[in-house]
Design a protein around this ligand. Sequence first.
Ligand code: ADP
Ligand code: ADP
Length: 218
Amino acid sequence: MIELDGLTKHYGDTVAVDDLTFTVRPGIVTGFLGPNGAGKSTTMRMMLDLDNPTSGTVRIDGRHYRQLQDPLTYIGALLEAKAVHGGRSAANHLLCLAQSNGIPRSRVAEVLDTVGLSSVAKKRVKGFSLGMNQRLGIAAALLGDPQVLLFDEPVNGLDPEGIHWIRNLMKNLAAQGRTVFVSSHLMSEMALTADHLVVIGQGRLMADTSMKDFIHQN
Ligand code: ADP
Ligand code: ADP
């Protein structure tokens, strides 16, 4: 579960996130919909303690991020393409991440299998396509077997097969009882993945409703 209470972020005169209060529940996929610049990434970065709120709080399963021991075992995220040190192999990259985050090394082979990268585990990340990089990012998010998962615009730039695969993965993670929070600027994408919808515009909460009710009302 993720609980936001009055979450606010100012960058100088820009109010990127404006007093957001909502809860992301386990066992379903919650979509986070809003146009570009609405504040979705900033909100997710604050959920991961990568950015400090101006005011308000985020709790992950009842605790502040900084109170979590080995945070990657509580929350994993696929953020917008973050460069992986390209000279390393996929397995090596994940092994380093596991070692510095209190995660057993046996998880590396498991997550590589989950994302379909076992056959290229020893290949350098430098030669990976966008789709393979995306899968590696997901492997990293899943490495600590966290109950809470964030996906920031995960289908951007992927081919239809990759898009289909990610949608199914998110649904399966939710069906396992996990909390899945996924952002998109496209309602058409949300309609295919999300059970519940949180809508923001200019940093403010516009709707927090089941997908069914949202479609009825709009
Ligand atoms: P979204 O993810 O919905 O596209 P963002 O969270 O990236 O939106 O951006 C929300 C607003 O905050 C935008 O106006 C953006 O320009 C601004 N913003 C985001 N990050 C920064 C930053 N590091 N410095 C200044 N302004 C920022
Ligand atoms: P570093 O440069 O040390 O890798 P980052 O800026 O990547 O640091 O991350 C800062 C913090 O955010 C770390 O404590 C890490 O636990 C958390 N973090 C980064 N990426 C993720 C992710 N994909 N999932 C969950 N937490 C993350």
